[in-house]
Design a protein around this ligand. Sequence first.
Ligand code: 4AD
Ligand code: MG
Length: 463
Amino acid sequence: MEKTLRIKSILTEKPVNQDICVQGWLKSKRDSKGLSFLDVTDGSSLTGLQVIADESLANYHTDIAQLSTGCSIVARGQLVASPAKGQEVELHAREITVYGWAQPETYPLQKKRHSFEFLRSVAHLRGRTNSLGAVARIRSRLSWAIHQFFQQRGFFQVHTPVITTSDCEGAGEMFTVTSFDLQKLPRTAGAVDFSQDFFGRPASLTVSGQLEAEAYALALGNVYTFGPTFRAENSNTSRHLAEFWMLEPEMAFCDLEGDMDLAEELLKFLISDCLENCAEDMDLFARFIDKTLMAKLDNVLKHEFVRISYSDAVKELEKSGRSFAFPVAWGIDLQSEHERYLAETLFQRPVIVTDYPKTIKPFYMRVNDDNKTVAAMDILFPGIGEIIGGSQREERLEQLTARMVEAGIALENYQWYLDLRRFGTVPHAGFGLGFERIIQFVTGMGNIRDVIAFPRTPGSTAV
Ligand code: 4AD
Ligand code: MG
């Protein structure tokens, strides 16, 4: 019996003169005088396997001649060294069976270039294209690399809940979770009575697992949570999703400095890991998506990130001589045009901006001695903008309570969070990495909708 092999291992191990079996989908077919050259892919690698079928096959005229892009087949035969250019090995088929047809009149992915916009309309099929398949493999690798990075360093993964009753970022961008019949909302004195809802109070999809991760950092030391997060922010940009994945490490006995060090090390690790382990897919992006990709990645790897305080960054922006659409003044939130100026024009490499005004940052960030700024850090990447947001957390009960009152947060909902400061509080810090944004940076893909399998954005959930 021949062995069923994945094409990636056939192309690396090249078991020539052996009988093998491959299963996959037809990328293209070329016919020439009683011979057909089939380019077959099984998703394991970008390059497919050339399968040669000739008239001696019993079903050559009935099946093979009818094959078209997208059909699924199983091919058995001998792997041989290829005499022709373009591939080192090829499979001489002894038998080919068709699993499923894909009618050329209706199959949307005929062999030609398709726009990413069009591919979004067939999100359920687009993983079969070269570029979206490569994105999916790189995404999987990066996810694995994240676990590897943290597990090697003694961090524990915590599965934080998707349904929460806290608004970590305080931005009010939550999707409500309810079992109410929306046509018949129970009301008490006009207001919706959430005490009758499933959880007995308003609940929503999480915008961040940080608060819960903090609880476990104060138990296990170093932890990370990595999963889907949800934000009902109405930003239809190439950098925002309503459902995205976030990695959030949290470290006890750690300050802002240690937080930045870890973040920089992680980002460099992820980029190197991809270059090393996804070379073939990376080459596709470097050739067809962004010709400057390799130089951009190299630029991140070989430089230390710039570290600059918010106050100094504002000074740099003020003396830039640029007329920004959003005028710069101490106290404003940095807009993408400001972030781009810093990372792309002024420093031309990743920039970590620290110590933002407390008025523009969430309640949990540690207040600095000046009582005006907090121990926050945002990492800005050229071409991406903010890729990481993090901070040292306010570990002092009194200061934290004061900040929460200032922010108008209902303390009764956060007693558990305050307990972490009441009982054995320690300095601690963490950050959130937007998973899709690092994938965008690594691949050079321009639109965040193309680095997640099934994007969710305002007004759109196709598939
Ligand atoms: O800066 P953010 O809002 O930080 C937090 O949520 C903290 N709780 C993290 C922490 O300290 N544990 O989000 C972190 C990162 C951003 O820098 C960005 O990369 C990404 O998450 N992000 C988004 N990615 C895609 N779509 C969106 N709508 C995003 N919002 C944030
Ligand atoms: Mg942020």
